[in-house]
Design a protein around this ligand. Structure first.
Ligand code: HEC
Ligand code: HEC
Ligand code: HEC
Ligand code: HEC
Ligand code: HEC
Ligand code: HEC
Ligand code: HEC
Length: 450
């Protein structure tokens, strides 16, 4: 090699290394917008993640997912080594919300997390996509029947295509209000009324979409619709410097909780009513939209839509103190409408004039009820072997309603409160044993103004 060549090669090398250094500085600049040092988070398996370099200050999502065990990539995907956003975010699951149903399978559904093969009670990732809250099958069917698009009331369509996996026969499917063990995608077919139905009634208020995608949504999508507290307006108020604080569609905090307040359920349930005749959603006018998801708003006004009737406990308690796991997350069977999915009854807790509430005895340490009771707040008394739990007609135990001596006691899943459940038997109740629907009771037990 000649001297000239050598110099040229050295020059080129120097130029190249300057380029590399400049490139590195470029990268440094990016994370320095958010943090002042590289954060190397070491996880139990020995891997190191650097997401916190930019996301420093983000809230630990829950005490059952500690940062030092879970890191970020286990739920979000992405490249934990990278210090530039583009590379770090490559393969991110579901963008802002990995718990949306399209990605929950991968993000939350790793075996042993929220899928337990052989135990559907411990596999919400498998059961939630099959329920009417996710498919809106019941609402579609009601309209399709009313407008003559179909001749019976069995469900065939959903807002997403979904297949059951239990191989049920025709009779079992009809019990679940289904024509087949599958819902087809509800199609528009260029029918203007169907178009209206899609826009006004099916766009929102279900688990397959949420804030960030739909402007009017007062909840996030998927598991986060219930488990991530959301507030109307949707601005982030936590400490992660990367998250836009003025853009709508964000949860106030990076958070997952099982203490789901009634305001979360009301984000879909008590926003207004669907008018079948007008094919329109009529939002409630008695209170501002913001009050519906505001835990500090007047509960007696916000809890139910005007015109509803309810007994005292139906406003005193939170929705999830009565509505059980299978009721809200599904029992693993595809279900065609809300009536077929709804399994609890007033007598589960109150009994009837003939008998006190039925209970089942917890037989072993591996009982689902013991497992489930460990997910609630610190003061929630864990279920123990030998406990007598109230039970639904389907055999699902209430983890929070127990026989203690001669009393039936309810422990709130949301607050620290404890209640004695009054029993109908031995009281002056004038109910008839064969009239046990809520509306039968509301004829005499109604604390609303209606
Ligand atoms: C170089 C800085 C940087 C690093 C490193 C980084 N992020 Fe981000 N991240 C951001 C910024 C900035 C945003 C705000 C949204 C945007 O600008 O895209 C963001 C947004 C996000 C979002 C919301 C996505 C969306 O679509 O709004 C998630 C989730 C996220 N980051 C997860 C991670 C994870 C997991 C890692 C590690 C694997 C990581 N980030 C590493 C800078 C970073
Ligand atoms: C147990 C699973 C889990 C873990 C672990 C986790 N996240 Fe999240 N993350 C979620 C869920 C679910 C959401 C959507 C709900 C929410 O915003 O709280 C989310 C949302 C986000 C967002 C978007 C928030 C917004 O409003 O735009 C960012 C950014 C983010 N996570 C970063 C991180 C970082 C950084 C880590 C690691 C320190 C991390 N996450 C750990 C589940 C997780
Ligand atoms: C419609 C509201 C709702 C949705 C959507 C939802 N959950 Fe739940 N989840 C609840 C309620 C209510 C409880 C408390 C159940 C009980 O009483 O045991 C709960 C409990 C849990 C628990 C605690 C253990 C247990 O099963 O009791 C886990 C874990 C969980 N959910 C994960 C998920 C995952 C993962 C998803 C998404 C695939 C999801 N949830 C979707 C309402 C919901
Ligand atoms: C994202 C919107 C959304 C959220 C959040 C939501 N629901 Fe629902 N829920 C629905 C829809 C949609 C239906 C089906 C309505 C129909 O078919 O007419 C439904 C049906 C139900 C039913 C009847 C059928 C069944 O599955 O048992 C109950 C009970 C119920 N929801 C309780 C709750 C409770 C309790 C919460 C809060 C923990 C909650 N929901 C949160 C949208 C939601
Ligand atoms: C005191 C217990 C209790 C509380 C609290 C409660 N529910 Fe219910 N809910 C029931 C019972 C029992 C039924 C079945 C009613 C019947 O027998 O007709 C029911 C029925 C339902 C149904 C299906 C009936 C229908 O036709 O729409 C939905 C949806 C529902 N509840 C949602 C909620 C929501 C949302 C909350 C909180 C805002 C809530 N519930 C609070 C006990 C309760
Ligand atoms: C999960 C258990 C549970 C279910 C299901 C339930 N309740 Fe209750 N109920 C309670 C508790 C707890 C109290 C006591 C509340 C208190 O002390 O504030 C109560 C109290 C009552 C009372 C007496 C309130 C008073 O005026 O003193 C009536 C009446 C009642 N419930 C009717 C109903 C009706 C009707 C339904 C069905 C729609 C129902 N309950 C479903 C737990 C339940
Ligand atoms: C025809 C009217 C009537 C109907 C229908 C009725 N009740 Fe009652 N109930 C009463 C009266 C009256 C009492 C005794 C006075 C009181 O405690 O409010 C009572 C008492 C009770 C109590 C005991 C309250 C306490 O504090 O000891 C419970 C619980 C109860 N009813 C639940 C129900 C349930 C659940 C239904 C529906 C399956 C129902 N009732 C239907 C009239 C009725």
């Amino acid at each position: 090699m000649t001297r000239k060549h050598l110099l040229a090669t050295l020059g080129l090398l120097m130029f190249l290394s300057l380029m590399v250094i400049a490139g590195l500085q470029e990268q440094e600049k990016e994370w320095q917008l958010y943090g002042n040092e590289v954060v190397n988070l070491s996880l139990p398996g020995g891997t190191v993640e650097r997401c916190l370099t930019c996301h420093q200050g983000i809230e630990e999502i829950s005490t059952s997912h500690p940062i030092e065990t879970f890191g970020c990539v286990s739920c979000h995907g992405g490249d934990g080594q990278a210090l530039d956003k583009e590379r770090a975010h490559q393969g991110l699951l579901g963008g802002r919300n990995p718990a949306a149903l399209a990605t929950a399978g991968e993000a939350c559904g790793q075996e042993g997390c929220h899928i337990n093969t052989g135990n559907l009670y411990r596999s919400p990732v498998e059961t939630v996509p099959l329920i009417p809250m996710a498919t809106k099958a019941g609402e579609i069917t009601e309209l399709a029947f009313t407008y003559g698009w179909q001749k019976d009331l069995l469900s065939r369509y959903g807002i997403v295509e979904v297949t059951g996996y239990n191989g049920e026969d025709k009779e079992q499917l009809e019990d679940r209000n289904l024509a087949a063990d599958k819902l087809e995608l509800f199609s528009l077919d260029n029918n203007p009324l169907q178009q209206k139905l899609s826009e006004n009634c099916l766009a929102d208020c279900h688990l397959n979409t949420g804030a960030g995608e739909i402007e009017t949504a007062q909840h996030l999508a998927g598991c986060a619709a219930c488990h991530t507290p959301y507030r109307s307006g949707g601005t982030y108020q936590g400490d992660d410097p990367t998250i836009n604080r003025s853009e709508p569609g964000h949860a106030p905090e990076h958070k997952l909780t099982t203490a789901i307040p009634y305001t979360q359920c009301n984000a879909c349930h008590n926003q207004g009513i669907h008018s079948i005749s007008k094919v329109e959603f009529l939002p409630r006018e008695d209170i501002p939209v913001g009050a519906i998801t505001d835990p500090n708003a007047d509960k007696s006004q916000a809890y139910y839509i005007e015109g509803a009737q309810y007994a005292l406990c139906e406003v005193e308690l939170d929705c999830i103190d009565c509505h059980t796991r299978n009721e809200v997350m599904g029992d693993g069977h595809l279900t065609g409408n809300k009536k077929a999915a709804q399994t609890i009854a007033c007598y589960d807790c109150h009994g009837t004039v003939d008998e006190t509430a039925k209970t089942v005895k917890v037989g072993s340490e591996t009982d689902n009820a013991i497992w489930a009771s460990r997910y609630f707040h610190d003061n929630f008394p864990e279920v123990k072997v030998g406990d007598q739990l109230a039970v639904t007609d389907e055999g699902e135990p209430y983890v929070n309603v127990r026989m203690e001596g001669s009393r039936i006691v309810l422990y709130s899943k949301v607050s620290d409160k404890e209640y004695t459940v009054p029993q109908v038997k031995g009281s002056d109740c004038e109910q008839l044993v064969d009239e046990q629907a809520g509306e039968d009771c509301h004829r005499c037990h109604d604390v609303s103004d209606n």
